[in-house]
Design a protein around this ligand. Sequence first.
Ligand code: SF4
Length: 95
Amino acid sequence: MAKNHRKTIIDDAVMTAEGLTYNGVVLQPVVEKCEGCDRIGAHESGKYCSTYADPAGRWAHGVCNFATHVRAELDKGGKVKINPLKASKRAARGR
Ligand code: SF4
């Protein structure tokens, strides 16, 4: 059975000369690092984030804190590592 479609900003966005726009803000397409995130929404003009207008900006300073597919963790040396989340963990987070 298909998942229920949850209404997002992408559903209410309108295409303008500047691009896909919601409430006067131009939405930027998702970036490569977003691939696998459940917050990606499809639009006829491309894929957009249902949470952030500027996905590239979310990733510019580290891991996107709303990503559902990866999580930032510190390794033993204190460096930030990006860990993919397993499907079971993603399901648990969605509860
Ligand atoms: S929540 Fe973050 S990772 Fe997910 S689509 Fe949006 S910007 Fe990309």
